[in-house]
Design a protein around this ligand. Structure first.
Ligand code: C2E
Ligand code: CA
Ligand code: CA
Length: 573
């Protein structure tokens, strides 16, 4: 009897323990924010647990009720979810699927686990349903940040490179073409500097929104950075041909954009185009090629479109090569100065020399300053180079003066970049003092590009130089905007008439008329004139006859090393 009582008590205790566990499992399910569905294969029991009500308004009591779930789903997810809900059909023990409900907002994940007996018959199935909407949204935001540009809302560079790669792979298979248009707003720096970053940003946004109107299945538009956009076009033809798109861009830009402050702005763009497979088979290289030709478009007058071709790339690569070698040359001061004599036309006396830099690369190849000076101006190397030129020229000058005592004028070419430096005048005066030369024996040759940017500031600097007694010469006159009226009031001593005029005076009547009127007007303004690049006696005689004061050119003397100038000075002793 006692034994029976003991057995009954034991069973009661076990039952209590079991219902305690059961409670615990229910609690875990309820607090997990998930819904669960249990299915026992033996008896066909369906039990729902957890937060079922917050997911569905219906109950699932038997297997056929699963169809209620399918009614809630977007069509394309029905099949994948069915496969997971009836996972036993595939014999798998575990699988999951993400799906979106018909409201297109709610995302659910269904995860199924199945137990099998030794004979591989399914025994129990548990399906866990999670709401992953928040997680999906966060992912979406991350994706947005990864693929979109915050300023314009356009795709960013990363996404562009990825899509361009896809276009290229497709074009390889379909033997098609992919064009990359590299679009850069002209003179954007002036907008940013002159009107402020906020206006600059709005300009970038408006241009971006306009360019985005070209987006379609086969056209991807992105904002690369700053004022640069890129377009990748798969199989460019018809309304998505480069010519057509460029035409629409030009037309739209011509109309101008109205900014939120009411200001109308009309900025042009320069476009470089490179195509797969002609230019390259790699996405990054294609973008690079398009960028290179965009620079070419900019340098040949802006507001234009330039197609990629091999010589442009060759030129570019050569410039890169020169740029690298130049860095080393600057470091080792691997330059020499040549000097070209200038003579008075009236007396044939030596007036002075123009200092011209020379550079031989490590293979003893002479690289023209016309090639490397513009590169040095772009990368800033012109500052150390220019300082070296000033010091070296003045050093030579003092040496000649000490030895031969001949009153020369040393003309030194100054790049606009050097001239714009705040410490330019101070530095120059420092060197002049150091070598104890008279300021009026030094003449600075500047080009009109110096005058373009900030006329008032430049004028002030010129006046300071003039106060010190330094001479100023305007180089390459006639090649820029060359309006004589703006010269009025500028402290200029000498005007150098560009070689392109001198070249044509023998053959072209209108050039003669222009040259004669320049010389006569310049004389009236009180400046001296130098004819540059005089190569023949006829040119020299002509320039002399029309009243040009000085002659410089191969006819009277090429640029030569310092020793040769010394020989010349010895002859004059
Ligand atoms: P530039 O200042 O106009 O110098 C005159 C150029 O014409 C020089 O070329 C000179 O050698 C060349 N030339 C002179 N007479 C004749 C002639 O009768 N026929 C021909 N065909 N050419 C003649 P270079 O030395 O090659 O210099 C080219 C340009 O490089 C210079 O043009 C100047 O803009 C720049 N450059 C040269 N040296 C310096 C420098 O030390 N500093 C700076 N910033 N620029 C320099
Ligand atoms: Ca010059
Ligand atoms: Ca010149």
């Amino acid at each position: 009897m006692d034994e029976l009582r003991y057995q009954i008590d034991l069973l009661k205790a076990m039952n209590q323990k079991l219902s305690g566990r059961d409670k615990m499992f229910r609690l875990v399910c309820d607090t997990s924010n998930n819904a669960f569905l249990y299915y026992g294969f033996d008896n066909g029991d369906v039990i729902t647990l957890g937060d079922w009500e917050s997911f569905f308004t219906f109950k699932v009591k038997e297997v056929k009720d699963f169809s209620f779930i399918f009614d809630e789903l977007e069509d394309k997810y029905i099949m994948p979810v069915r496969n997971v809900l009836f996972l036993e059909k595939s014999g798998k023990t575990k699988d999951s699927v993400e799906c979106c409900l018909k409201d297109k907002k709610t995302w659910l994940e269904f995860e199924t686990r199945i137990s099998y007996d030794e004979e591989e018959k399914p025994t129990d199935k548990i399906i866990c349903i999670k709401n992953i909407t928040k997680f999906k949204k966060q992912n979406e935001e991350l994706r947005y940040m990864a693929y979109y540009d915050g300023l314009t809302g356009l795709y960013n560079r990363n996404y562009f490179v990825m899509r361009l790669g896809e276009f290229i792979r497709r074009a390889k298979e379909e033997k098609s073409i992919v064009s990359v248009m590299f679009i850069d707003i002209d003179d954007f720096r002036k907008v940013n500097d002159g009107m402020g970053l906020i206006v600059g940003d709005e300009v970038v946004q408006q241009y971006g929104q306009f360019l985005d109107t070209f987006s379609e299945e086969n056209v991807v538009v992105c904002h690369m950075n700053s004022d640069v956009y890129c377009m990748a076009i798969y199989d460019p033809c018809g309304s998505r041909s480069v010519e057509h798109i460029h035409k629409i861009i030009q037309e739209r830009i011509h109309q101008g954009f109205t900014l939120s402050n009411g200001m109308d702005i009309r900025l042009t763009v320069s476009v470089g185009v490179a195509e797969y497979p002609e230019a390259s088979t790699s996405a990054l290289e294609l973008i690079n090629c398009a960028e290179i030709v965009m620079f070419k478009a900019k340098s040949s007058g802006k507001a234009s479109l330039q197609y990629f071709d091999a010589p442009i790339l060759q030129d570019f690569l050569q410039n890169v090569d020169i740029e690298n070698k130049l860095k080393e040359a600057v470091f080792n001061k691997n330059f020499t100065m040549y000097f070209q004599p200038q003579y008075y036309t009236g007396t044939s006396r030596l007036r002075g020399v123009e200092a011209l830099i020379r550079w031989k690369d490590e293979n003893n190849r002479m690289i023209s300053p016309a090639v490397f000076i513009p590169i040095a101006e772009k990368n800033g190397a012109i500052i150390p180079i220019g300082n070296w030129v000033i010091e070296e020229s003045i050093k030579n000058y003092t040496e000649w003066k000490r030895k031969y005592g001949y009153p020369l004028i040393m003309s030194i070419n100054i790049s606009a970049i050097q001239y714009k430096r705040k410490d330019f005048v101070e530095r120059l005066m420092g060197i002049i003092k150091k070598y104890d030369v008279k300021p009026d024996e030094i003449e600075l040759e500047i080009t009109e590009s110096v005058l373009i940017d900030d006329f008032a500031e430049v004028k002030e600097k010129l006046l300071t130089l003039r106060d010190y007694g330094i001479r100023i010469s305007l180089d390459d006159f006639g090649t820029g905007f060359s309006s004589l009226s703006y010269l009025n009031g500028l402290p200029i001593d000498t005007l150098k008439i560009d070689k392109s005029f001198v070249d044509k005076v023998g053959s072209d009547a209108s050039t003669r008329i222009i040259t004669e009127s320049i010389v006569s007007m310049v004389n009236k303004l009180g400046y001296e004139t130098v004819a540059e690049g005089v190569e023949t006696k006829e040119q020299m005689d002509y320039m002399k006859n029309i009243g040009c004061d000085m002659i410089q050119g191969y006819f009277l003397g090429k640029p030569v090393p310092a020793e040769d100038i010394e020989k010349l000075l010895i002859e004059l002793l």
